[in-house]
Design a protein. Structure first.
Length: 436
């Protein structure tokens, strides 16, 4: 009976974290999918390319706030609890979503329109900066000792569900509305639906329980615990290794997943609605691969699984870009996305747990926040802008592959140097559920 209650409790913990995280990232991702329309509404210009760059730059502005939000919310999570931090993050995100959903366009209020978008993106970046570390710490600390890789993987399953939902919603409004209606008001619908993040997310996270590992670790800390500079000083190597690990993950996520609809539509001339359907299929495949590789890392270790999938991605990405660019078609794009997203999913599975295991429980949320959000800001936040600019400057649609290859090299170095936590007793079979 006790084991049954424990299983139900852990399942509830995972579901709460995954659904809340998916709802949160949904709105963050939709902006990237609708960048070309938002550019026309809030950053008008005679040059469509210049408008798109401005919209993508605003997408990146939010990433400057991620380290700030990551540090402050990470420290809040380590001091006040994972549950308190994750509930606060939901509230902040709701405000930012409302600003984007109901902001008047440039024609209505002039410069006030892009200013509202910038403020919303900054607030969104601040909140999202604290989400990854808090949710990752929560999942890993709620896990049985021999299932940490599997439990941590659900963090990125949540993000993939967000990408899938965002792509589905954008595909739906693109199909239902004419280009004129979509530009006029239809683009707002995905953001309005995203406002459900507030009441739904808060209700879900109301029933979370603090992980026992965190409660026990917090009892051993005097006062508020270590400050930011002490965490950086005492865990410098872990932060650098984690930044390398996160670099390839964040660049591949924003280039291959978030920016691909805009890239395939604008650079390759493929129909946006069909591109989004391809994206949905590829992301659905990722949601299957991620927990499989997370569970595999519980048996083989984090490093071997991470290295294998990073190398696979590194070998495939450039030839696939060349192949698709040579004769753009939906069929070729589908093959490319299936292969790349399978490799990304294989890396994503063990990655959250590997990051969490670099830091002790007492400073885990702060440490992961610093490493992850700095890497995201430096390498991932402006990835769509960088690859769009590279394509223009180099005059080749395969330019995004060069940036992704660079990020993969840094990730291979980080993965090679990461601290491998001692292996717990292995389960007798590859179990992909959340039972103890």
């Amino acid at each position: 009976m006790h084991a049954s209650r424990s299983s139900v409790s852990r399942t509830r913990q995972v579901v709460a974290a995954v659904i809340g995280n998916a709802l949160e990232w949904y709105d963050f991702i939709v902006y990237g999918f609708l960048a070309s329309i938002i550019a026309r509404q809030f950053f008008p210009s005679d040059d469509d390319y210049a408008s798109l760059l401005m919209a993508l730059a605003t997408f990146g502005v939010g990433f400057f706030m991620r380290p700030v939000g990551g540090v402050l919310l990470g420290m809040y999570s380590d001091r006040k609890g994972r549950k308190a931090a994750m509930q606060l993050i939901i509230r902040l995100m709701t405000v930012s979503i409302a600003l984007i959903a109901f902001a008047p366009n440039y024609a209505a209020i002039g410069m006030g329109a892009p200013l509202m978008i910038v403020v919303a993106r900054m607030l969104q970046g601040f909140a999202t900066g604290g989400e990854y570390a808090s949710a990752t710490a929560f999942l890993v600390e709620s896990a049985p000792a021999h299932r940490k890789g599997l439990y941590g993987s659900w963090q990125l399953v949540g993000q993939c569900l967000a990408v899938f939902s965002g792509a589905a919603m954008v595909a739906l409004v693109t199909h239902l509305f004419s280009p004129e209606d979509l530009d006029l008001w239809g683009w707002r619908l995905p953001f309005v639906i995203g406002l459900l993040i507030g009441p739904v997310g808060l209700w879900i996270r109301k029933y979370m329980e603090e992980p026992e590992a965190f409660v026990e670790a917090r009892k051993q800390v005097r006062g508020n615990g270590p400050g930011l500079m002490q965490v950086i000083r005492e865990h410098r190597r872990s932060i650098l290794v984690s930044m390398g690990l996160a670099c390839g993950a964040t660049v591949s996520f924003y280039v291959v997943l978030v920016n691909m609809p805009t890239f395939a539509h604008k650079n390759l001339g493929l129909p946006l609605d069909q591109v989004l359907l391809v994206q949905m299929f590829a992301v659905a495949l990722m949601t299957v691969v991620i927990p499989l590789s997370g569970a595999l890392s519980d048996r083989l270790g984090r490093r071997p699984v991470l290295l294998a999938f990073t190398l696979a991605f590194f070998v495939m990405v450039y030839p696939l870009y060349v192949w698709v660019a040579a004769a753009p078609s939906i069929e070729r794009l589908l093959v490319m996305q299936v292969l790349l997203c399978s490799a990304i999913g294989g890396f994503f599975g063990p990655a959250p747990t590997a990051l969490a295991e670099q830091f002790p429980v007492q400073v885990r949320s702060t440490g992961v926040s610093v490493a992850y959000n700095v890497a995201v800001m430096v390498f991932g936040g402006f990835a769509p802008l960088i690859v769009t600019w590279l394509s223009k400057v180099l005059g080749t649609p395969v330019a995004p592959a060069f940036y992704v290859l660079f990020a993969c090299v840094l990730t291979l170095l980080g993965t090679y140097c990461l601290h491998e936590a001692p292996k717990e007793k292995k389960p007798s079979a590859l179990n992909f559920g959340v039972k103890p």
